[in-house]
Design a protein around this ligand. Structure first.
Ligand code: AMP
Ligand code: MG
Length: 413
């Protein structure tokens, strides 16, 4: 299993394209095993079993309104109230002609062959009631009208959204079988970085990547174990490998910084020392060139370039694909189409560029405002970026209104 850059069959490529990295990640990251979780932990998870209706839905005929139940064959306009049924009651009975039962919305009808007249269409007259209007509609939610017992209502592979979870609750599926979340270990390297709450000394900067990584993963419900490791290979190795259970049980290892070819960039060596096989050590992505992708068994590791914008791009393009693969999320077409809201000057665009942008819907179409950035070390574009414009290599200038491809950085497109 060599590096992908030396393996690309159609002519030698010095480094891997975004598509090649994505293909590798998709092929390598297979769905993790399923587990049962309570509904409150199941949002966004992928269902791994079909869920059917254990009984008819609704399970009994229920009133759709507040009113009075009367016989369908009733010809009179005046009725004697013989009972009251509230939601939750179960009071079967035969209604005789001239009899009515007061019933609340959701209340179980006392028998068959009935109609419910709305409260608004009924007037009290002493101990009796009189109908002021009689509709044709029966105002009943009939047993089984939404679904029949045994019918599959939520398919295997469904991403559990709030609505789906509500449905599962109603079906009594209180612990759905879903793909387990990946265990993620993230280590930020660099002697220059200090925690955000600390005032940096001269030469230091605040660590923004750890926060970015944590928040990014949280969108999928993933809570990583996070470390800051020294810029020293041996010390970093012992910090990451200690306790060994953390690294050994990790499905995904993310290393921020040190992925390039500088004197102190040790990510590649470190990964190899930890038993990973490096598949990609450089890409043609801009930003995101010094990206390392490595594998150990089913586990995947990314050596992410330290520059914050490159971090954002690599997380949203490559790490996202790994999360999708591990969860068994169907690979949706992630590239969307829109038009540019302003001119874009991509400069000397010798590599495929993922340009930070803000997308919004205008008159039903996606409109993209490119954000200003001059280097992958920039941070300010991250204030509002929710998309990455995919600008082909060589496409230097794009006029306002040009059709563009983009990738939304929102967790669910
Ligand atoms: P590296 O990939 O380690 O060569 O770092 C590239 C650039 O990213 C350098 O300017 C680093 O200072 C910066 N950088 C590295 N790690 C972080 C971090 N955690 N937060 C913010 N910037 C970082
Ligand atoms: Mg560094």
């Amino acid at each position: 299993m060599g590096c992908i850059e030396s393996n690309v069959s159609a002519g030698f490529q010095p480094s891997a394209s975004a598509d090649a990295v994505l293909a590798l990640v998709r092929e390598s990251c297979r769905p993790l095993e399923p587990e049962r979780v309570p509904l409150r932990d199941a949002l966004g998870r992928v269902l791994r079993e079909p869920v059917g209706a254990p009984e008819d839905q609704p399970p009994f005929d229920r009133s759709a309104v507040d009113g009075c139940a009367i016989r369908l064959d009733e010809s009179s306009n005046q009725f004697r109230i013989v009972d009251e049924i509230r939601a939750g009651d179960w009071k079967p009975r035969q209604l005789r002609p001239g009899e009515a039962v007061r019933i609340a919305t959701g209340g179980a009808l006392p028998g068959d062959g009935l109609q419910v007249v709305m409260k608004e269409d009924v007037q009290a007259e002493g101990a009796l009631i009189r109908l002021t209007r009689r509709e044709a509609g029966r105002n009943i939610r009939f047993r089984g009208e939404d679904a029949r017992a045994g019918q599959v209502l939520v398919e295997n592979g469904t991403i559990l959204q709030p609505g789906t979870l509500g449905l599962l609750a109603s079906l009594g599926c209180a612990r759905p079988l879903v793909t387990r979340l990946p265990r993620v270990l993230h280590a930020a390297t660099g002697n220059e970085i200090v925690p955000p709450e600390q005032t940096p000394q001269r030469g230091q900067i605040r660590d923004s990547n750890s926060t970015l990584v944590r928040a990014f993963l949280k969108q999928w419900g993933v809570e990583p174990t996070q470390l800051r490791v020294p810029e020293d290979e041996a010390a970093a190795k012992s910090a990451i490998g200690n306790p060994p259970s953390t690294i050994d049980s990790a499905d995904l290892l993310l290393l921020s910084g040190g992925a390039s070819v500088g004197e102190h960039d040790f990510t590649r060596r470190l990964l190899e020392d930890l038993g990973f096989v490096v598949r990609v050590s450089k890409t043609t992505m801009r930003p995101g060139k010094p990206l390392i992708v490595a594998q150990r068994g089913h586990a995947m590791a990314f050596g992410l370039p330290g520059n914050p914008l490159a971090h954002f791009v690599c997380l949203n393009i490559c790490v996202r694909a790994a999360l999708d693969g591990f969860s068994g999320r169907p690979s949706e077409p992630s590239v969307q189409r829109g038009v540019l809201a302003a001119d874009l000057d991509a400069g000397a665009n010798v590599r495929e560029t993922f340009w930070p942008a803000r997308w919004q819907l205008r008159d039903g179409a996606a409109v993209l405002t490119p954000l200003r950035w001059s280097s992958s070390g920039d941070l300010t574009a991250l204030a509002s970026a929710n998309a990455l414009l995919r600008v082909a290599r060589g496409a230097a200038r794009l006029a306002q209104g040009s059709p563009v491809e983009f990738i939304s950085t929102l967790p669910f497109p």
